[in-house]
Design a protein around this ligand. Structure first.
Ligand SMILES: NC(=O)c1ccc[n+]([C@@H]2O[C@H](COP(=O)([O-])OP(=O)(O)OC[C@H]3O[C@@H](n4cnc5c(N)ncnc54)[C@H](OP(=O)(O)O)[C@@H]3O)[C@@H](O)[C@H]2O)c1
Length: 334
């Protein structure tokens, strides 16, 4: 390993604000603590939540200058004495930087606590992997940690063609569930290729009625990523003991259908991966690693852009780009 440089390129902010706040420039290379790993970053992804952190819409500790980004794929440069299991040169990934006081992934070097770092399987595709880390871990936790999905259940996914929606669909169908999704008709083939049994046009005048006709026995688990959920109609769709998992739609203030909820033992659950403790993230990571190695998860990568375009990438995600934007920070290597 060559001597570490003193400074590195990074995409960061010195205060919370609009996309214009994103600066790509030089910062000191951070020093890892005893249980940390210093990772030389190859690839970082841009997540919708990075925009919420950068703008201040999602309040979380952001020590300035604050490097943006949750997800990285890279190589271990240095491992602290208490970072068991990691050695220089190991190919690794992380998906929980850039919030909670932790500096982010969009830099040539990132400090990662060993408990938040995982080995990247040799058979995994690095670009697809970094693009999948956030949506697929979110989907895994939503289905299995929060939604309590069991094989043979019927799952409905609101926003089935999106990054998280398609991961929900693939993971639920691999688990043995029958999956119904809402999506625009142009995305029907994409959703079916991910494992959807049926695709309902979300612009249909009565999507809930369409779903009810497709699942007369009720939906066991409804996961919404669209942020446009008709909550009363969705609760009515549920089987007894059915669950709604809300992952999006922070601005919604729907009426709570109390009777249809408690008289059928139904539940409405909120879930944000930002709250997941390291142990739960590690559980999702173990499952993801098996799937990344098998290249079993579908993903749409909109583009692989240089780190210098980090601000432009934030703007594109803000404007609703379809698919994931990956930032190339450095070429693979020592
Ligand atoms: N809670 C968590 O832990 C967590 C984690 C990750 C992401 N999220 C949130 O989840 C949401 C989705 O993220 P993403 O990366 O998957 O975004 P995305 O790729 O843009 O997916 C959103 C999907 O929703 C669809 N949609 C829009 N309006 C709809 C409607 N009225 N009915 C049904 N579907 C509709 C979109 O379809 P079109 O393309 O046709 O518009 C798109 O396919 C975001 O709000 C993100 O912040 C939450």
């Amino acid at each position: 390993m060559d001597r570490l440089p003193a400074r590195m390129r990074a995409a960061y902010v010195t205060g919370l604000g609009p996309v214009e706040a994103v600066t790509v420039g030089e910062l000191p290379v951070p020093a890892p603590g005893p249980t940390d790993v210093l990772v030389r970053v190859e690839l970082a992804a841009v997540d919708p939540v990075d925009l919420l952190v950068r703008s201040g819409a999602y309040p979380t500790p952001t020590p300035f200058p604050f490097v943006l980004g949750r997800d990285l794929v890279g190589t271990v440069a240095l491992a602290g004495p208490g970072a068991a299991g990691f050695a220089p040169g190991d190919r690794v990934w992380c998906n929980s930087l850039g919030h909670g006081g932790r500096q982010g992934a969009c830099a040539e070097y990132a400090v990662v606590a060993a408990e938040r770092l995982y080995h990247l399987p040799a058979a995994a595709d690095p670009v697809a992997s970094v693009a999948l880390l956030h949506p697929a871990a979110t989907a895994w936790l939503a289905l299995f940690r929060h939604g309590g999905l069991r094989p043979t259940e019927t799952v409905a996914v609101g926003g089935g063609a999106g990054n998280v929606g398609v991961a929900l669909t693939r993971l639920a169908s691999l688990a043995g569930a029958r999956v119904l999704v809402t999506a625009r008709p142009a995305d029907a083939a994409w959703c079916r290729s991910a494992g959807a049994a049926e695709v309902v046009d979300y612009r249909d005048p009565d999507p809930a009625g369409r779903l009810r006709a497709l699942a007369p026995g009720g939906v066991d688990l409804y996961a919404d990523t669209s942020g446009h959920l008709d909550l009363p109609a969705t609760v009515d769709l549920l089987a007894d003991r059915g669950r709604v998992v809300l992952l999006a739609g922070g601005g919604q203030r729907p009426t709570l259908p109390v009777g249809p909820l408690y008289t059928h033992d139904r539940r409405i659950l909120g879930f944000a991966i930002s709250n997941a403790p390291a142990g739960e993230l590690a559980g999702a990571a173990a499952a993801l690693n098996r799937l990344l190695a098998a290249r079993a998860l579908p993903v749409r990568v909109h583009g692989v852009w240089p780190l210098e375009r980090a601000g432009e990438a934030h703007r594109a995600v803000e404007e609703g780009v379809r698919g994931r934007i990956v930032l190339r920070v450095a070429e693979p290597g020592p």
